[in-house]
Ligand binder design. Structure first.
Ligand code: ACO
Length: 188
């Protein structure tokens, strides 16, 4: 996704940046408008790739919540920005059935809410680089997260790179792998 402008803090070779309510406040009105347009395009493309009825990522959701968006972007020729993908993270209160019984438990895990890599660079390791940067920034491991309605591509990604496969299907379509309870503890 190429944009005919730059935003301070976004881009640079292999550069992954984090955007949340605080960092958005530091932008000038022009930078804010440019970032809003970039995030809107990213959100729309991600929704289309996942077959969602509407985008779930835009700057308003970053401004009004504790959600944060990590973007993988580089600078293109002239004053352009090329965005390769993004991951939106945030906590959610969830009712979850654990592996050992059918009782619903309330958890508040950190969740992968939206994950998208542009079609031109999927299956080239971009998603892995982005996800590893998010894990480091959030001080998490892949099994310690919940995944909101993961697509078949994301399920394959998590199995291939992190050996994650076993989970109890939930009515809310979030996936919490059984290994989560080894990491976080079964009381969590
Ligand atoms: N079919 C099956 N598996 C795939 C596909 C695909 N088309 N694309 C990626 N994968 C999985 C495979 O395990 C693949 O390994 P392989 O090529 O050896 O089979 C592995 O991911 C590749 O790893 P990366 O190159 O690091 O991943 P990529 O850069 O492609 O990013 C992502 C993965 C984010 C799932 C990307 O494919 C994408 O954006 N897909 C479209 C949108 C989407 O489905 N997003 C997840 C929605 S769910 C949510 O956001 C919580």
């Amino acid at each position: 996704m190429e944009f005919p402008y730059t935003v301070r803090g976004l881009g640079g070779e292999g550069y992954i940046s984090r955007w949340d309510a605080q960092s958005l406040k530091k932008l000038s009105p022009e930078e804010h408008a440019n970032l809003k347009s970039i995030v809107s395009t990213l959100g729309k493309r991600s929704a289309a790739a996942q077959g969602l009825g509407a985008p779930i990522t835009d700057v308003y959701r970053l401004q009004g919540t504790d959600q944060r968006l990590y973007m993988y972007a580089s600078r293109g020729p002239g004053s352009t920005t090329i965005v390769l993908g993004g991951i939106k993270m945030g906590k959610k209160k969830l009712f979850i059935r654990k592996p050992e019984n059918a009782v619903l438990h309330e958890l508040e895990p950190l969740c992968v809410l939206d994950f998208y890599v542009h079609e031109s660079c999927q299956r080239q390791g971009v998603g892995r680089q982005l996800f590893e940067a998010v894990l480091a920034a959030e001080r998490q491991c892949a099994a310690g997260l919940a995944y909101d309605r993961p697509s078949p591509k994301l399920l394959a990604f998590l199995k291939k790179h992190y050996g994650l496969a076993d989970y109890v299907p939930q009515n809310n379509n979030f996936v919490i792998y059984n290994k989560y309870y080894d990491i976080v503890g079964s009381s969590s």
